[in-house]
Design a protein. Structure first.
Length: 284
């Protein structure tokens, strides 16, 4: 028996109408039963899963820790496709934190699940390089395909008992906590390279932003420059961008989005928001 388990429909948009997830839409179109438990710790849900007599549970980006009873419901337990090279970046946002941390590579791991947060033994891994212009959106697409290929290739061997279970080492454990709105706030006293990585890492949410005259100003794209000065000071302005001094180096703001307005180039932004060299207009 095959079934899809996904989270309950969530309200979305101005009308807050219930919206189904892509995985639910996929299942409906193919006639696959869909289960949407409100609480994973509901014994009635565990019993429903047991009655399906499934051989294995495959989990990807579900967003909640599965209780022991649910992990044990499939005959051969549950496996998870996790978007990092474990034990580095256990948790909710491994893709974003890998970019923000300046890692040169990441990947996906197929792991046998236990009751911990991404702590189970690793069954198989696949690696990719993180490009210098990689965003969380582009890397997510790459890892989604890599993860799908990995589960397709390795699940038969797991079911046959032919995959080695490698316990995760205690060394090298790094957590990737769920993102908060304040994670996107640009602090110009920090290193310019670190800020540029956060701009790429935190798209589309929470986004990278600063404040100008009390309003939120999103920074969608920027590049690093070696010139320096007092942090937060505008060093130059022009068609190429707005150069802002950081703790180390400077950040050239290339694409911006003012509050409640569309995205625009730095040149378009400057046409309606005059800024002078030497000013420190951006606030936290």
């Amino acid at each position: 028996m095959v079934a899809v388990v996904t989270q309950p429909d969530k309200p979305k948009g101005r009308g807050q109408l219930p919206t189904i997830s892509p995985v639910k839409q996929f299942a409906i179109e193919r006639g696959i039963p869909v289960l949407q438990p409100v609480k994973l710790r509901d014994p009635a849900f565990w019993e429903t899963v047991r009655k399906l007599s499934v051989e294995v549970g495959v989990v990807a980006a579900y967003g909640k820790i599965l209780p022991r009873e649910l992990l044990a419901a499939p005959a051969k337990g549950c496996v998870n496709v996790h978007a990092s090279l474990l034990p580095r970046f256990r948790g909710a946002a491994p893709i974003q934190w890998a970019i923000a941390s300046g890692d040169e590579k990441t990947g996906v791991c197929l792991m046998q699940m236990d009751e911990g947060l991404d702590t189970g033994p690793v069954l198989a891994c696949a690696e990719v390089r993180i490009g210098p212009e990689e965003t969380s959106e582009s890397l997510h697409r790459t890892l989604a395909k890599l993860g799908a290929d990995l589960i397709r290739e390795q699940l038969p061997a797991y079911l046959e008992g032919n995959l080695r279970r490698t316990p995760q080492p205690r060394e090298g454990v790094v957590l990737a906590p769920q993102l908060k709105k304040e994670d996107g706030l640009l602090d110009f006293t920090r290193d310019a390279e670190a800020l540029e990585r956060r701009i790429r890492a935190f798209q589309p949410w929470p986004g990278a932003f600063t404040h100008l005259k009390g309003k939120v100003l999103k920074v969608l794209r920027a590049r690093v420059s070696p010139e320096s000065g007092p942090p937060g000071t505008v060093l130059s302005i022009g068609k190429q961008g707005i150069q802002v001094a950081c703790g180390t180096g400077s950040l050239v703001l290339v694409e911006l989005q003012p509050e409640a307005k569309r995205a625009m180039s730095a040149a378009e932004f400057l046409a309606g928001h005059p800024i002078a060299v030497g000013e420190q207009p951006f606030t936290s």
